[in-house]
Design a protein around this ligand. Structure first.
Ligand code: PAJ
Length: 284
């Protein structure tokens, strides 16, 4: 892979990398399609990265659908699939990890200790191996892409990070490989995440700027769905990921909840409208 990457760079190709853990859905494919439009060579990596899973998490049962994934990627016109084995990525004696301080230990990082250390480490390795010009990430994992952008800046990594909007099912559920774990009943209950975010967006639309009021609204939506166990609802600055009390600058409303054993996340991105900074724009 590294040799092919070196060749592509020597030929002045614009290389786009889409890092994934496979079990590809329309959210992943939107990243691939964007890369296809913007780059002359597209690489998709498929690697279920053991270092980003906690000891009690779903590493062993994470869906692995390589045949179906490669078919989808071929149809989308991807030039290469990079699908290493764990022992290739982490050979015996592996010792070096990337830790993006501060940003990595709250929210997802607090619920999943060590998660972002695993993510940052594997993504830096994928960048070193695939040498992309652009790398495509979904806003679905808002904290992840913030941490990767910070790593790229701090370590002078020569890759431009492209952030793509969340792709949802028709009823609002954000696409996720983990949706495959949901029973029919949990699938219905999972709509509580997007419902809570929609309620927050509507309240923002009618003028509320108070974070606590929005949080309370969302907690009430969750209280009406006993099949879902709320992990957190937080409203944070999009740059620092520190909680805000008033919504003014770019912010995220972040939510994480359990449906049975399955943990799902979702978010609403809020930014001042480019044409009128006094107005807010909402990206659900
Ligand atoms: P994975 O969960 O497979 O996601 C791969 C990419 O797809 C991520 O950038 C994620 O944000 C994006 N994505 C997932 N669901 C999406 C949706 N509904 N809409 C838009 N984009 C979506 O994230 C990872 O893998 C791993 O942590 C990885 C970065 C590959 C490192 O191992």
């Amino acid at each position: 892979m590294q040799e092919a990457a070196r060749l592509a760079r020597a030929e002045n190709k614009i290389v786009g990398l889409v890092p994934t853990m496979g079990a590809l859905h329309a959210g992943h494919m939107a990243l691939v399609e964007r890369a296809r439009r913007e780059c002359s060579q597209v690489v998709t990596s498929i690697f279920v990265n053991p270092t980003q899973f906690g000891p009690k998490e779903d590493l062993a049962k994470y869906p692995r659908t390589f045949e179906a994934d490669s078919q989808k990627l071929a149809e989308a016109g991807v030039d290469a699939i990079f699908a290493p084995q764990p022992a290739d990525v982490y050979p015996p004696g592996f010792r070096t990890y990337v830790n993006v301080e501060g940003l990595s230990d709250r929210l997802e990082g607090r619920s999943r200790p060590g998660h972002f250390r695993g993510v940052a480490t594997v993504v830096l390795k994928l960048f070193e191996i695939c040498q992309p010009t652009y790398a495509y990430f979904g806003r679905k994992d808002a904290q992840q892409v913030r941490i990767i952008s910070q790593m790229v800046r701090d370590l002078n990594v020569d890759v431009e990070i492209v952030i793509c909007p969340i792709v949802r099912e028709h009823d609002g559920l954000a696409l996720s490989s983990r949706n495959a774990y949901l029973s029919a009943d949990e699938r219905k209950a999972a709509l509580v995440l997007s419902r809570a975010l929609t309620a927050a967006r509507d309240e923002l639309g009618s003028g509320t700027r108070d974070a606590l009021a929005l949080q309370t609204t969302m907690q009430k939506v969750f209280a009406g769905e006993p099949r879902a166990a709320l992990d957190y609802v937080e409203i944070v600055d999009a740059d620092t990921f520190e909680p805000v009390t008033r919504i003014a600058r770019p912010c995220y409303v972040l939510v994480a909840a359990f449906l049975g054993k399955t943990r799902l996340i979702d978010n609403l991105y809020i930014e001042p409208s480019p044409s009128n900074p006094d107005e807010l724009q909402f990206h659900l």
